[in-house]
Design a protein around this ligand. Structure first.
Ligand code: FE2
Ligand code: FE2
Length: 170
């Protein structure tokens, strides 16, 4: 946890890159850049948008929160590798199923704390019955819906910090 003073955008962008880099470099998140999520948006881009705008929203609210866990949970909230469009399952069915699949995959590939696990498994509330247990999860849950709507209807090209340096192995 840290102080609840609102940070300037450049510091939020710097924090985002530092928390996102180990998640994007390791594990399989980059593979989801070839899977369609909403409209023309890939699952990878959706997850980056949700993580980045969740971090900005939490800063805007001037609440104390765990920024590293928020970014980690948000980046991995849709960490599954099938294309539900091709599997021919309904959006509602996938809404029930994929949080548990994402958590299973994420725990296999990353070392996650209970807060990060809860962000992932509860992010589909109210499609799934249990709400997030913490403020970080609630912010991710709401930001996920807003990003999904914007992506589905192509309302805007969401600006994101430059993540190009994160890709590739070091
Ligand atoms: Fe999801
Ligand atoms: Fe999502």
């Amino acid at each position: 946890m840290r102080a609840n003073k609102e940070k300037p955008l450049w510091k939020i962008n710097r924090d985002f890159i530092s928390y996102a880099a180990p998640i994007i470099r390791n594990g399989g998140l980059q593979k989801t850049d070839s899977i369609q999520q909403h409209g023309a948006t890939t699952r990878y881009s959706h997850c980056v948008s949700v993580a980045y705008y969740s971090l900005r929203a939490a800063n805007k609210l001037k609440i104390s929160f765990d920024a590293k866990s928020l970014v980690t949970g948000a980046l991995l909230h849709d960490y599954y590798f099938y294309d539900w469009h091709k599997k021919n399952i309904s959006h509602l069915q996938n809404g029930y199923i994929h949080p548990k699949v994402a958590l299973h995959n994420a725990m296999r590939d990353y070392d996650l704390n209970p807060l990060e696990q809860n962000i992932i498994v509860r992010h589909m509330f109210p499609v799934t019955p249990l709400p997030p247990k913490n403020r970080e999860g609630l912010i991710v849950c709401i930001t996920d819906k807003l990003c999904g709507l914007a992506e589905t209807f192509g309302l805007s090209k969401l600006p994101l910090p430059d993540c190009t340096d994160i890709w590739g192995n070091d």
